[in-house]
Write a protein that binds this ligand. Structure first.
Ligand SMILES: [Zn+2]
Length: 177
């Protein structure tokens, strides 16, 4: 994958459209870093994720993100995803050897549908494998591929180390008191 507009605050593009989508907008004070902010950047972002980058897709990606971010933070429930789920169909295609089920999706909702399919595949016995970073001041989401599904931070280098330092400092303070 090619990064079209690198920035230090952004994670590298992952293999997941869903993860990159919910990580594509970060607010730092009055500054908003949005990989889908303007149409040119949004189109390039979609192309980097294997899509055409049409206006329709751009609008859908923005709309889906608007819903997915609060949903993955536990602020809304799954009903918010209904428009995309409703756009997904399976059609039986008849061949001499039998039928084959073919996925069909309304092109205007295809990006959100793909993201929701990914979300669904990340749900399992140990709960969701996509969740917000545990650091209080971090807006990133992470996908946990570990067996225990206990990863807390989107990045050990940034949030993990910061959290460790914070705990160390709190302990030191406690010791000094
Ligand atoms: Zn983080």
């Amino acid at each position: 994958m090619v990064r079209t507009s690198p920035s230090e605050s952004r994670p590298l593009m992952s293999a997941s459209l869903l993860l990159d989508l919910v990580n594509s907008r970060l607010v730092l004070g009055d500054e908003v870093s949005d990989e889908l902010g303007d149409d040119t950047a949004a189109s390039a972002w979609l192309k980097a994720h294997g899509h055409a980058g049409t206006r329709e897709e751009i609008a859908d990606a923005r709309a889906a993100r608007e819903v997915l971010v609060p949903f993955l933070r536990g602020e809304t429930d799954a009903i918010a995803l209904a428009p995309w789920a409703g756009a997904m169909r399976k059609r039986a295609e008849l061949h001499d050897g039998g039928i084959e089920w073919v996925d069909e999706v309304d092109p205007a909702l295809a990006i959100g549908a793909k993201a929701i399919e990914e979300w669904s595949a990340l749900q399992g016995e140990q709960g969701s494998r996509i969740r917000p970073c545990a650091a209080a001041d971090c807006q990133h989401f992470l996908i946990d591929e570990s067996r225990a599904n206990a990863r807390k931070w989107h990045s050990m280098e940034t949030c993990g180390n910061r959290e460790k330092a914070r705990r160390h400092y709190a302990r030191a303070k406690l010791g000094a008191a």
